[in-house]
Design a protein around this ligand. Structure first.
Ligand SMILES: [Cu+2]
Length: 155
C-alpha cells in the first residue's frame, strides 16, 4: 500500500483547516444550540451615546417551548428586551420581561417590533464590526450570537 503515501499528513491537515475556516465564514451571524437558531443578527449603531438596536430571528427547532428572558454583552453595560408600539401615530417602546417561543416557531426582532436595546456602550464600535451578544433563557442554555454592526440606515 505504498501508493497511499501520495497524500501526506501535512496536506490533509491543511485541507481540514481550510474547511474549518470556510465553515466559520459561512456561519457568521448564525448561532445554533439545542434546537435554537439565531439568524440575520444585526446591531444598528446610532450616533453618539444613543442606544443601539439589535435585530435577529430566533427559530426554535426543538420539541419544547423556550422562554427568552434577556441578553447581555461585554460591549454594552445594559441590554434590554424592548417592544416598539405605534398608537395614534405616536411611536413608543417599552421593556419586555420575557418572550415565549413555541416549538417550531420563529421569534422576529425587527424594526418597529421587538428589538434589543443596547445601552451604556463600553467600547468604540464601527459599522462592519462584530459584537457578541448572549441571549439568556429561563429553560435553555444561553446562546451566544454574533451581531454584524450596521449603520442607522442599513436595515
Ligand atoms: Cu427600545
Amino acid at each position: 500500500m505504498a501508493i497511499s503515501h501520495r497524500t501526506t499528513p501535512h496536506a490533509r491537515t491543511s485541507r481540514r483547516l481550510a474547511g474549518v475556516l470556510l465553515a466559520g465564514l459561512m456561519t457568521s451571524g448564525i448561532a445554533q444550540a439545542d434546537g435554537l437558531e439565531a439568524t440575520e443578527a444585526q446591531l444598528r449603531l446610532l450616533p453618539g451615546d444613543l442606544p443601539g438596536a439589535g435585530y435577529f430571528r430566533l427559530h426554535n427547532d426543538g420539541e419544547a417551548s423556550v422562554t427568552l428572558t434577556g441578553a447581555d454583552s461585554d460591549a454594552y453595560g445594559n441590554v434590554m428586551l424592548h417592544q416598539s408600539m405605534s398608537e395614534e401615530g405616536m411611536s413608543s417602546m417599552h421593556a419586555v420581561s420575557e418572550l415565549e417561543i413555541a416549538a417550531g416557531d420563529t421569534l422576529e426582532f425587527v424594526p418597529k417590533g421587538y428589538h434589543l436595546m443596547l445601552m451604556k456602550r463600553a467600547q468604540p464600535l464601527a459599522v462592519g464590526d462584530q459584537v457578541e451578544v448572549t441571549l439568556t433563557f429561563a429553560d435553555a442554555p444561553s446562546l451566544p450570537v454574533t451581531f454584524d454592526v450596521v449603520g442607522p440606515t442599513d436595515l
